[in-house]
Design a protein around this ligand. Structure first.
Ligand code: NDP
Length: 455
């Protein structure tokens, strides 16, 4: 459930008027309000230190996308019927580099969701330290149950409009929910045909054989686990022997489970929108990947084929007692009640693999209980960071191996952790990764905007 505007905490007077303008201008965008509020709530100490950011109207400009595009996506299904979906690309900020952020294909997609994701992306990308701006896009198309040919026709129609707004120096989309290497392949093919350019760096998440980067597929899930490792290391601990709950069973979830298992933890859950499975002997990744990546089936299949595993229809994965929770499905999936249950069961670390999966009330519960909590804009930055490595390899026509790419990802996640952790200390909120990540990222973006003048 999205919180309503009246449920948000009051803001410092210097930023309340910015928030009021956002909610008055776009009153029907609750997810976007939630994402903006979280940032505005955290950055007061930066504004105190840098009154020049306020004078230059950095905030007023930052909450308004540089450009937003909405377009018709018509396509024909296998039975010859016409469908019309709505496509989006929000180009939020290019202060640090070309717009960069994924494309989401899911029936719930609307302007509010794409704007919240694009806004988050500005700060996430800034935290990586790479030269990438923030953007996001997608469509209210549901790939579930569609044939390959239908998905291909949809992707081609989508790119038939999107191509005029993107480019390797302008805007570089990637995958997100419902968009994996299959969809990126179909879109890249159409871009190449329309433009008559083999512009490899225009999309990331490509297949390894045609411009893709090693570790991009694994990067978001692996990165979230590396971030958890860094958080625990501050307290002299590791993942060894810890019980982990992961939600979702898509790209982020699968590779979070894989890396957590490799580092000696036991991941005992996975889920999809129909329910979740608990497997006390540890999730069997080969089986999960077969069901989700090959057969594109439902999670109940896992429990049917795996002795000892249980399927709980419609239940919340957060009912499972664990040390570490990694929400890796979708926004606002971990609410107040789930947070209370997790805390009651002794959770120690919560790392957001998904974007904004934890409601503001749930974040408060974790922070009050002293749970180590990492926001997605820091913890899941490994995906976009590795996308930027893919862009570098495309531009220089180099190819790095798996081990080298994984080490680069590990180093970037250590840097993101370092930046968030020390910004929290500098701004008098030690241990608060939400404040730390927002302040570190905002300082970087705002400094660039100040230097580049009012545009
Ligand atoms: P996928 O499409 O690969 O997987 C999404 C998973 O979440 C599926 O198991 C899906 O189940 C479940 N899910 C999606 N929507 C809902 C819902 N409304 N209720 C319950 N379950 C749901 O997506 P990704 O793994 O790529 O993305 C997961 C999250 O991580 C998203 O928030 C995304 O923005 C974020 N993220 C992804 C990055 C990436 O590199 N892929 C990078 C950074 C963040 P079902 O199949 O039943 O819908």
């Amino acid at each position: 459930m999205n919180p309503t505007t009246s449920e948000f905490h009051p803001l410092a007077p210097s930023v309340q008027s910015v928030f009021d303008t956002v909610t008055a201008r776009d009153p029907h965008e609750p997810e976007f309000h939630q994402a903006v509020h979280e940032v505005l709530h955290s950055i007061a100490p930066v504004l105190e230190k840098h009154p020049e950011f306020v004078e230059a109207g950095v905030l007023e400009r930052l909450v308004e996308p540089e450009r937003q595009v909405m377009f018709r996506v018509p396509w024909i299904d296998d039975a010859g019927r016409l469908h019309v979906n709505r496509g989006y690309r929000i180009q939020f900020s290019s202060a640090l580099g070309p717009y960069k952020g994924g494309l989401r294909f899911h029936p719930s997609v609307n302007l509010s969701i794409i704007k919240f994701l694009g806004f988050e992306q500005i700060f996430k990308n800034a935290l990586t330290g790479q030269g990438i701006g923030g953007g996001k896009g997608g469509a209210d198309f549901d790939p579930h149950g569609k044939s390959d040919a239908e998905v291909m026709r949809f992707c081609q129609s989508f790119m038939n409009e999107l191509f005029r707004h993107i480019g390797e120096q302008t805007d570089v989309p990637a995958g997100d929910i419902g968009v994996g290497s299959r969809e990126i392949g179909y879109m890249f093919g159409m871009y190449r045909k329309i433009t008559n350019r083999h512009e490899t760096g225009v999309l990331t998440g490509k297949g390894i054989g045609w411009g893709g980067a090693q570790v991009r597929t694994e990067a978001t899930g692996y990165g979230a686990v590396f971030f958890a490792q860094e958080m625990l290391a501050v307290h002299g601990e590791s993942l060894e022997g810890k019980r982990v709950a992961v939600s979702g069973s898509g790209n982020v979830a699968i590779y979070a489970i894989e890396k957590a298992t490799q580092l000696g933890a036991r991941a005992v859950t996975a889920s999809d929108s129909s329910g979740y499975v608990v497997d006390e002997s540890g999730i069997d990744l080969a089986l999960l990947r077969q069901i989700k990546e090959v057969e594109r089936g439902r999670i109940v299949e896992y429990a049917r084929r795996r002795p000892g595993a249980r399927f709980i229809e419609g239940g919340s994965v957060w009912e499972t007692p664990v040390d570490v929770a990694i929400p890796a499905a979708t926004q606002n999936e971990l609410d107040f009640d789930s947070a209370e249950t997790l805390v009651g069961n002794g959770v120690r670390v919560v790392v957001e693999g998904a974007n904004m999966p934890t409601t503001p009330e749930a974040v408060e519960i974790f922070q009050r209980a002293g749970v180590l909590f990492a926001p997605g804009k820091a913890a899941n930055a490994g995906g976009v960071a590795t996308s930027a490595l893919e862009m570098s390899q495309n531009a220089s026509r180099q190819r790095w191996g798996f081990a080298e790419s994984e080490q680069r990802l590990r180093d970037i996640m250590a840097d993101v952790h370092h930046a968030s952790f020390y910004a929290a200390e500098r701004f008098d909120a030690p241990g608060d990764y939400v404040v730390g990540a927002n302040c570190a990222a905002f300082e970087r973006v705002a400094s660039a905007m100040l230097a580049q003048g009012v545009i």
